[in-house]
Design a protein. Structure first.
Length: 163
């Protein structure tokens, strides 16, 4: 398989993905097991993270190894094994939200999370469990609930609820 890196010949600002204000929707749900390749996880309207206030970085990273070659002035870097980045989610704190996350954490529940653009195209889908959670109670400001999903799979196919 040949890999190419191609961009647009002419920039089109309508293609830019924006977060917030219902431009990107984020859903999550507890599942019994990791979805098998080819399976699709269907979200329902109630699976939206309604109080989402911030979403951490998602993606993957590879370790690198430096090697010395006789005829190379600098050391060469070779990439090795890949690791999926954990996903951090921050919500405005509600009592029900905190109870749900605490229960999922205590049960070691498996969670599928996915993001969709405003046209309903899936941007990212992942599977994991909560590795840590916490809350802030600042004076005179919005309280937050933050939790991190330790991810096992970042190629989960999902569908957004139909209106």
């Amino acid at each position: 398989m040949a890999v190419t890196l191609q961009g647009d010949n002419t920039p089109d600002i309508t293609k830019i993905i924006e977060g917030g204000e219902d431009k990107v929707k984020v859903y999550h749900k507890v599942v019994d097991a990791q979805p098998a390749p080819g399976d699709t996880v269907a979200f329902e309207a109630g699976d939206i993270i309604a109080y989402l206030s911030d979403l951490g970085e998602f993606g993957a990273s590879k370790e690198t190894k430096e090697v010395t070659l006789y005829h190379l002035k600098n050391k060469a870097k070779i990439t090795t094994g890949s690791s999926i980045k954990d996903l951090s989610i921050t919500e405005a704190l509600t009592k029900a939200g905190m109870e749900n996350i605490k229960a999922a954490y205590k049960a070691n529940a498996y969670i599928v999370t996915a993001m969709f653009d405003k046209e309903g195209n899936q941007l990212y889908g992942c599977f994991g469990s909560i590795s840590d959670w916490g809350s802030t109670l600042p004076n005179g400001d919005t309280c937050t609930l933050t939790y991190t999903l330790a991810l096992t799979d970042d190629e989960v196919v999902c569908t957004e609820p139909t209106p």
